[in-house]
Design a protein around this ligand. Structure first.
Ligand code: FES
Length: 158
């Protein structure tokens, strides 16, 4: 567990069982990291006993909350059963080799962060990857360089 994630776990424990405390916990986590990462939302859900869907409802309702680190493309490779069976492990390998990082890591320039996530809810499009909320379905390893180029261009235009 990274130092930031263990702080987020402490925050979840602190606010557990206090009424209306979810927003306070999310505020504190964002205060540390600048955003609320997928793994923090999952951890809050488990530790505070709040459904993940409810946490995402709050995160997307308030503009204040950010789901990705500022200026960073977060690549989420779905490792749920449907996506795994359709070969997302090869897509993940391609992202790793193109970016020269492992899952859970960011590129040295901070532009890309690679993570594995559980089912993102669109198994019909398996294998699926999500980059900053944009879904890419029926992924093949060949698409990986195109997607990286797309996001590099998007950052240049900002
Ligand atoms: S298993 Fe990947 S979207 Fe459901």
């Amino acid at each position: 567990m990274s130092e930031e994630t263990s702080k987020a776990a402490e925050i979840a424990d602190k606010w557990r069982k206090k009424r209306g405390s979810l927003i306070m916990a999310l505020h504190e986590i964002q205060g540390i990291k600048g955003y609320v990462a997928w793994e923090d939302a999952v951890m809050l859900s488990e530790r505070m006993d709040v459904p993940l869907a409810r946490i995402y409802e709050v995160l997307t309702f308030y503009n204040f909350f950010k789901l990705v680190a500022p200026g960073k493309a977060v690549i989420s490779v779905c490792t749920g059963t449907a996506c795994y069976l359709k070969g997302n492990d090869k897509v993940l390998e391609k992202f790793k080799s193109e970016l020269k990082i492992k899952e859970g890591e960011s590129t040295p320039d901070g532009m890309f962060h690679l993570q594995c996530v559980r089912c993102v809810g669109c198994c019909g499009l398996a294998p699926v990857c999500v980059v900053n909320g944009k879904t890419y379905g029926r992924m093949t390893p060949e698409q990986v360089p195109e997607i990286l180029e797309e996001w590099k261009k998007a950052f240049k235009e900002d």
